[in-house]
Design a protein around this ligand. Sequence first.
Ligand code: NAD
Ligand code: ZN
Length: 368
Amino acid sequence: MSDPRVQSSRGECEIAVRHGGLTELGAGVLRVAPNAKTVMLAMDEAVQKPWGEQARASLEQAGFRVATIVLKADESHKCIAAVERVWAAMLQAGMQRSDSMVALGGGVIGDLAGFAGATYQRGIPLVMAPTTLLAMVDAAIGGKTAVNLPLPSGGLGKNMAGAFHAPAWVLCDVDTLGTLSPRDYRCGLAECVKHALIADPALLDWIAANHAAIEARQPSVLEDLVRRSAAIKAAVVSRDEFERGERAHLNLGHTFAHALEALLHDELRHGEAVAIGLVAAVAASKAAGWWPSADAQALAGTIAQLGLPTRVPKPVGAAALRAAMGFDKKAEGGRQRLVLLRGPGQPGVLTDPAAEVVAAGWSAVGAT
Ligand SMILES: NC(=O)c1ccc[n+]([C@@H]2O[C@H](COP(=O)([O-])OP(=O)(O)OC[C@H]3O[C@@H](n4cnc5c(N)ncnc54)[C@H](O)[C@@H]3O)[C@@H](O)[C@H]2O)c1
Ligand SMILES: [Zn+2]
């Protein structure tokens, strides 16, 4: 399979999937930003030691002057103050519009450095070098950049300020996944399962058949997994860059997941909540009559083989779940929308789902 590509209003973007690919970083940046002299290498604190030097050396070998900024990958640091630090470092390095930004890290660094790159002098060429599975198959693709904003209520408004700024190139070096924690790795697997469900049922079978090699992070299996999963997101965002329709299908399982994350934020990570949410979404698809032969328990079996949860870790009340889904706030948000499946690889949006449909989803994951 060849490397996926994204078509956007900024042109075509290749998603290069390699192992040992960081050595190609400099040459790739040169291809997409031929007039760049300085490159800002924005990197996750956690990847600086294992991967930062390789990235910097490759950029220097290609003839760039390299400025670096190290950022913390947690949601509280995905904020405008961190963006100001990046802007200041870019000014300090004397960067011009033709210069380039490389984001080396997971989704937090991609969103944050991406936003700084999208806004510095109204936008400079951006290269994503994702180092988490989630970022390789999801966050680095599609041009969404963002930071969180503090809410008047005291919480964190996720991704409340941002911009669409399609990257010029995405380089996924699957070797970098070798240093990722098992939990972060598994969270990325949940998004791979989601992509398979919405667009590629054969990929779901392949994941089930190869779960041991996936668990062992075998490089050739990782390359296939990332390439096939990234291709699905690439195709969807190429058809719907600005989320006017089809891109919403990527939210399969996420309405359930977001409710779980809101109520169980100490227990569940995003990918784990998505894993549970996917089982709920398949059960709800059956209850809605969309996919009469849907087998949520079979999906749960595959997800469990990947080491991901398929049931809520503790019971949560039905009313709290409905409220956390935002389904009680009709007057504010207009109509409620739930992404469901009409069959394998056939997503659609159900508007104002009946209470029984949502309840069937929750009950399949032991939530009530
Ligand atoms: N822009 C989009 O379209 C989009 C889509 C999905 C998610 N997101 C965003 O992505 C973020 C989540 O991304 P994530 O799951 O990659 O989280 P993350 O960036 O926080 O990374 C997860 C953890 O792994 C560490 N890490 C990263 N790469 C590593 C490596 N190779 N070795 C060792 N440790 C490593 C990080 O330091 C962090 O502790 C959220 O902020 C979310 O909003 C954006
Ligand atoms: Zn997600």
